[in-house]
Design a protein around this ligand. Structure first.
Ligand SMILES: [Zn+2]
Length: 122
């Protein structure tokens, strides 16, 4: 009887800590929404500018413009996906291993789809 009590207490504390950490991460991830939206806006404007340049007939380097536009479209797709995942409550999980991507990485690259180890895997 006297032994069961501390064990149950420990379980309750552990669950509480887990919930606190989950809430902390959720708040940190939610705080990245303005950054994601800002980046989406910036890349949309950038893509529009390059599209205008490409169709102006005065593009000195069409191959480079095309490459920049392709990268920009990819980033926009990643940003849209991140915003969708944020709304669905599954933003920040590595699409490769399923582990949470550290917030420090997402603060630098908010549209990151993978954690660093998975990203570096060939
Ligand atoms: Zn991973």
């Amino acid at each position: 009887m006297g032994e069961a009590e501390p064990r149950r207490f420990a379980f309750v504390v552990r669950e509480d800590v887990t919930r606190m950490l989950t809430q902390k991460r959720a708040a940190e991830l939610a705080a990245l929404q303005p950054l994601l939206e800002e980046q989406y806006q910036i890349h949309t404007e950038r893509l529009a500018a390059w599209t205008a340049q490409a169709s102006s007939g005065q593009d000195m380097d069409p191959a480079t413009t095309a490459a920049l536009m392709a990268t920009c479209r990819k980033t926009l797709a990643d940003l849209a996906s991140a915003l969708r995942h944020l709304a669905e409550g599954r933003y920040g999980d590595c699409e490769c291993c399923g582990q949470p991507i550290p917030v420090e990485r997402l603060q630098i690259l908010p549209q990151a789809r993978r954690c660093v180890p998975c990203q570096q895997r060939p």
